[in-house]
Design a protein around this ligand. Structure first.
Ligand code: NAD
Ligand code: LMR
Length: 352
């Protein structure tokens, strides 16, 4: 008897859908039983209904290390949540819509991935996004400081060279800043570098690993081709071609999309690769090493992307740059000059 009453309630709820995420949860027949019991991490994607957010949500739902997946956006998150929640993988998916649900979306999270904000159109630099995205990232980080101050935070929103310093300042002001837990996602630069280098060398990209240091915009993206694995040498023309293609990979996609946005699918792939590395680190796996834009003493700048080792508390070790050749040393000086301005712009935005 009780079973059929539950079924009738469930069917009636489906016939009267509501936009609220909590009511969306209430619609589920599985709600009658305990769920979310599988061991794993709680992950929130903020900006989950966007070009990156949607495929990222799909890939995170497929990740066996994720037990709970929160999808937050200011628009369209109920639809994306309903869609993703039908995938027969372990993670329990919950949707959150709009600022009044931000705190619920963030509370209890182990990892927060932020692809919220506007993307470039042809002719724009990443810095042209600052005026809109700086405020978005600031508000979201205020929420993180309040609701999940111990979460690992992966920032994708551009300009990463400024949004990461913005996040750091917000956390400092809230008294929650832990440099080990704040990471700017530069994984797409590594993914591109591996792909383009493999193409030139005639290798499988999965066998190539190129460290990319500096930051995530133009000349601040500095591939260290002299440190590639497996060790290989390049002619000066190959070095010039590869460095330029890696530095301009984002623009290549922006132009090809011709006004319809920037990289979303390769970025979702890169973001999930990076988030997965963070989760393996949190789980205590050994030797998890990736490049990321972090609070750093590798150079005189307060933030810099380089190889880091990820562990239970986030960034547990930051590796020095290692020996650079003449071409890379020149590139490093150019990168540092632009990075210093972008970092200062981010810090100044919060301190003003
Ligand atoms: N780090 C990288 O390598 C990298 C790569 C690609 C794109 N990006 C950046 O990622 C960002 C998102 O790109 P996209 O293509 O997904 O853009 P998009 O416009 O398709 O999606 C952005 C999403 O953010 C949401 N959003 C806006 N304001 C929000 C807020 N206050 N809170 C929560 N969500 C909010 C929008 O509703 C939208 O769903 C851009 O800034 C882009 O430049 C970074
Ligand atoms: O290029 C962009 O604007 C998006 C992103 O930073 C990228 O590298 O693809």
């Amino acid at each position: 008897m009780q079973r059929s009453a539950e079924r009738i309630a469930t069917i009636s709820a489906h016939l009267n859908p509501s936009p609220s995420s909590h009511q969306m949860e209430g619609l589920s027949a599985a709600n009658c039983r305990a769920k979310g019991g599988s061991p794993g991490f709680k992950v929130a994607i903020v900006g989950a209904a966007g070009g990156i957010g949607q495929p990222l949500a799909m890939l995170m739902k497929m990740n066996p290390l994720v037990s709970v997946l929160h999808l937050y956006d200011v628009a369209n998150s109920p639809g994306v949540t309903a869609d993703i929640s039908h995938m027969d993988t372990g993670a329990v998916v919950r949707g959150f819509l709009g600022p009044q649900q931000l705190e619920d979306a963030l509370t209890g999270m182990d990892l927060v991935v932020i692809p919220a904000g506007v993307p470039r159109k042809p002719g724009m630099t990443r810095d042209d996004l600052f005026n809109i995205n700086a405020g978005i990232v600031k508000t979201l980080c205020e929420g993180i400081a309040k609701c999940c101050p111990k979460a690992i935070v992966n920032i994708i929103s551009n300009p990463v060279n400024s949004t990461v310093p913005i996040a750091a300042e917000v956390f400092k002001m809230a008294g929650t800043f832990d440099p080990r837990r704040l990471l700017g996602v530069t994984m797409l630069d590594v993914v591109r570098a591996n792909t383009f280098v493999a193409e030139v060398l005639g290798l499988d990209p999965r066998e190539v690993n190129v460290p990319v240091v500096g930051g995530h915009a133009g000349v601040t993206i500095l591939p260290l081709l002299s440190q590639i694995k497996p060790p290989c040498s390049f002619t000066p023309a190959e070095t010039e071609y590869l460095t330029s293609r890696i530095q301009n990979g984002g623009t290549e996609v922006v132009e090809a999309k011709a006004g319809a946005g920037s990289a979303t699918l390769s970025m979702a792939y890169a973001a999930v690769k990076f988030a997965d590395a963070c989760l393996h680190g949190l789980r205590g796996d050994a030797a998890i090493i990736q490049c990321a834009f972090v609070s750093s003493q590798v150079t005189e700048l307060p933030f810099f992307a380089s190889k880091v080792r990820l562990g239970r508390s986030g960034v547990e070790e930051i590796f020095p740059l290692g020996p650079l050749n003449e071409y890379e040393r020149t590139g490093l000086e150019k990168a540092k000059k632009e990075l210093a301005t972008s970092i200062q712009k981010g810090v100044g935005f919060v301190k003003k």
